[in-house]
Ligand binder design. Sequence first.
Ligand code: GLA
Length: 384
Amino acid sequence: MSGAASPGPVERWFGDRFGGRPEGVWRAPGRANLIGEHTDYNQGWVLPFALDLGVTVAAARCGDGMLAIRSRQAPGAPASLPLAALAPGAVTGWAAYPAGVAWALREAGHPLAGGASLAVDSDLPQGAGLSSSAALECGAALALDGLHGLDLPRPQLATLAQHAENDFVGVPSGIMDQSASLLGRAGHALLLDCRSGETSDVPLDPAAAGLELIIIDTGARHALGDGRYAERRSECERAAALLGVSSLREVSSPAAAAGLADPVLRRRARHVITENRRVEETVALLTGADLAGVGPVLCASHASLRDDFEVSWPQADVAVGAAMGAGALGARMMGGGFGGSVLALAPAGRRAVSAAITAEFARRGWTPPASIQAVPSAGALRIG
Ligand code: GLA
């Protein structure tokens, strides 16, 4: 896995494409989620961490009122339009994420006078469930904030980035990914209470425990915009309304879900209620320096996401089974579901886990999965 990119290449690429030098270079990481899946938009708790893979943005103000955005991963003409013309639907595809952030800043009373040119580079696989979109939003948010001297608090930038994704791009995601990218701390996971916005850093240092966290990109691709994520959200809202609460976060006993007549809503609610408890349990284990003890909690989360929330996919179930068969301490699907990555906790250097998953995939004729070591890393920062 690569470390933080040096600013050199993207600065040079900015010069080739836009002319001149960028005024700064910012980097925002992708995230893994240790536990707390589909709890963020239910006002519950999440425990993600920032990765050492991410999006780098070299940027400068340009003075002509235009927003121009180029990506090294999307060769071709820049997305370019007057800042004043930014409106939902005005930009589509990957460029909608950074353009949406400029729009959200403008809507929040920060007009970004003069405009900006952004050159974007990424070493995050897309669609792998590692929040490449949130990293792109957060890199753009930090760059625009820095260029225009706004100095907005990070939680506010996270909220603006989520607003961009929800209301400019049109994807109804929660606040977890942007928070992890902007607020992560090396050697820690971020405990976020999605109702109050309160955060705390929870020590997460697999190497110190003789363990490693492995991300297995199953190769199956997901799209949060395809409707199934939104469907889960509305099922949770319906379940909460039927239980007489403003969100499922307010329900602490899994037994309460039994009161729901609709079996689908009952399962959805049970997942959210038990997943919130699993976050709590995981924080207690980590605080007691028992990372190995988290293994069974990860497996319970996977079973709940597979059976109650029904967002797992065949490659994830096979990868989790193979990982456990090869000596992993725990494993689960990660992110929104229906594709992306699995997270496995294993003894350090245990190649057997990745090898067993690769062998199982080969036996089924599936494309070999990619494995990377997940190192809890620092959140977004200015690097040049
Ligand atoms: C996606 C969303 C997050 C969160 C997860 C599921 O990653 O972007 O907000 O809801 O799915 O936990």
